[in-house]
Design a binder for this molecule. Structure first.
Ligand code: FES
Length: 127
């Protein structure tokens, strides 16, 4: 059995939504101290709906694939729903990750939550 699913390879080779959003409504950056990988998420939010999302990941292939899939999962979704996105859901959407690579999907969950917290901080009336 291949170590990585087709979907992981696809999102690693052709990551969706890579880049930066200028004047983003929420920005979150997280890292994993063990492997040193870093992920940054940018959110554009209108009326509590995520209208655009971009990411920059300085990290392993699974981290890139996880951030790419995570952006697809939250794009067009209400912030409340995005807040509930778990790393498990990201890994499942990728048709699985090897156990020792699950922490890479955790970075995606944490980066999105950090970006949403940043948004709530800037827009306390939306909490
Ligand atoms: Fe650290 Fe993948 S090895 S995020």
């Amino acid at each position: 059995m291949a170590l990585y699913s087709e979907k992981v390879m696809d999102h690693f080779r052709n990551p969706r939504n890579v880049g930066v959003i200028e004047n983003a409504d929420g920005v979150g950056e997280v890292g994993n101290a063990k492997c040193g990988d870093i992920m940054k998420m940018y959110l554009k939010i209108d009326d509590d709906v995520i209208t655009d999302v971009k990411f920059e990941t300085f990290g392993c292939g699974s981290a890139i694939a996880s951030s790419s899939m995570a952006t697809e999962l939250i794009k067009g979704k209400p912030v409340e729903e995005a807040m509930k996105l778990t790393n498990k859901a990201v890994a499942e959407a990728l048709d699985g990750l090897p156990d020792y690579k699950m922490h890479c999907s955790v970075l995606a969950e944490e980066a999105i939550q950090a970006a949403l917290e940043d948004y709530y901080k800037k827009n306390p009336q939306h909490k």
